[in-house]
Ligand binder design. Structure first.
Ligand code: GLA
Length: 437
């Protein structure tokens, strides 16, 4: 297998020229952070409970071109948002305060945390995290940040990609050597402490730890991870120099979560409430109220003590962990059909047990299940907006994309009409980890 096809030399050259003008330097002085978006084929919504997740990056994401500013000033511009962000790295940063349950899904997109003028929150959050980690920065950056066209607010974790990009840029400008596992923790500080989201560590782990051609498996309780290669036994594709699969991103056209969505933090609280009940009945009430602290046999023996909605959240957690275990085996032995079936089962559990998603995303999911060449599908992220992902046979990816486009426009003509027909369904490939080049 080769390596990630993103970013292209053209994209890098354009960005470097732009930043060189901003910083009155030369394009060769410009460093670029490449921070990819992630998908999570199996292991949805269990990271915040210490479950085991699977993830990989795609060949699209965030680029942050920057040069050290020679003083403590940070100056940022964005390809997506108006205005400039300015602050100094020697200003002490304080948390933004907590985000309420209902607007958390929006807060996953860097742009939605505040209005346009505040799009720099993730940069300030990165500085906050580094300061919390005991690092004293002296060098600011002059930078320009941009995301792959049309992919913001898609449930592909653009917010974590942005947070990671600022961390890596500030570290590079200040010659700090920080391990990837420490950066996972620093990004957690941005999201959980600075912004007040109660999410897990799936997103930044995928972005920082993934390796091209592998599935990343992360135990969110112990923080141990593994990279699992897809074996080269899928002969036909290999001999054509092709991957054994392509990744489809099928967009719903919904950019904002519907007001009726239950919100991310609300589901986290329900999982914790279920954990509390189960820990109490088994005499383990001193443990942290996380479902990873409940043994499977305790759950089986006492699940009837849970209120129906809490029982469904716990069922999602325990069944999803099992799907991850089975999925890793299927991946490691190259059984993409089995892997795909588990992804679709994970999607169904998200709808029926975790009760997230929304009508357009569920319709897209159902269309993907009957699309030619698709191994498996589910919605990306919480499914309150954004896109569904699918693994598809490479020879049928084009056919699958046009089938999904046509079928979706029949059931959601208005939303489909707002999408650019060339990019309503994108065919992507796996990516690599975030890096500075
Ligand atoms: C969001 C969160 C992650 C994870 C996923 C769902 O992306 O940021 O921590 O919970 O949703 O799997």
């Amino acid at each position: 297998m080769g390596c990630s096809s993103w970013p292209s030399d053209n994209e890098l050259d354009r960005l470097k020229k732009m930043v060189a003008i901003m910083g009155r330097g030369s394009p060769s002085d410009v460093r670029v952070v490449v921070s990819p978006y992630r998908i999570c084929p199996l292991g949805a919504h269990i990271d915040h409970q210490g479950g085991t997740v699977s993830a990989m990056t795609i060949n699209k994401g965030i680029l942050l071109g920057f040069i050290p500013s020679d003083d403590s000033q940070v100056l940022l511009r964005s390809g997506q948002f108006q205005g400039e962000v300015r602050f100094r790295v020697d200003e002490v940063q304080h948390p933004k305060g907590s985000i309420t349950a209902n607007n958390t899904e929006n807060a996953h997109d860097s742009s939605k945390v505040c209005e346009e003028c505040d799009w720099g929150n993730y940069a300030r959050g990165a500085l906050y995290a580094l300061q919390r980690g005991g690092y004293h920065l002296t060098q600011g950056i002059i930078g320009f940040i941009c995301g792959s066209e049309g992919l913001d607010s898609s449930g592909l974790s653009s917010s974590a990609a942005v947070g990671v990009a600022y961390l890596l840029a500030l570290e590079s400008a200040n010659s700090l050597t920080i391990s990837t596992t420490e950066n996972v923790e620093l990004d957690r500080i941005i999201e959980n402490e600075y912004l007040g989201l109660r999410n897990g560590i799936l997103d930044q782990s995928a972005i920082l730890l993934s390796s091209y051609g592998c599935l990343t498996c992360m135990n969110c309780k112990t923080k141990e991870y593994m990279l699992i290669h897809l074996p080269k036994l899928l002969g036909d594709q290999e001999s054509k120099g092709q991957e054994a699969y392509k990744i489809l991103l099928a967009f719903s056209g919904l950019k904002h979560a519907l007001a009726s969505n239950p919100g991310y933090n609300c589901r986290v609280s329900e999982c914790q409430a279920a954990a509390r009940v189960l820990l109490q009945v088994s005499g383990n009430e001193r443990c942290d109220p996380l479902l990873c602290n409940v043994e499977l046999d305790v759950y089986e023996a006492h699940k009837d003590k849970l209120e129906p909605n809490l029982a469904r959240r716990a069922e999602h957690y325990f069944s999803e962990n099992m799907r991850v275990t089975e999925g890793l085996k299927a991946w490691a032995s190259g059984k993409l059909e089995d892997f795909g079936r588990l992804i679709s089962a994970s999607g169904l559990s998200s709808v029926q047990n975790y009760e997230c998603g929304c009508e357009p995303l569920i319709q897209l999911y159902k269309i993907l299940l009957r699309t030619p060449g698709v191994f498996g599908a589910r919605f990306s992220g919480a499914g309150f907006r954004g896109c569904c992902i699918a693994f598809v046979h490479p020879d049928r990816a084009e056919e699958a994309a046009s089938f999904v486009r046509d079928e979706y426009s029949k059931v959601q003509p208005k939303l489909a009409g707002q999408l650019n027909s060339d990019t309503a369904v994108l065919i992507c490939e796996a990516g690599d980890s975030a890096c500075v080049i």
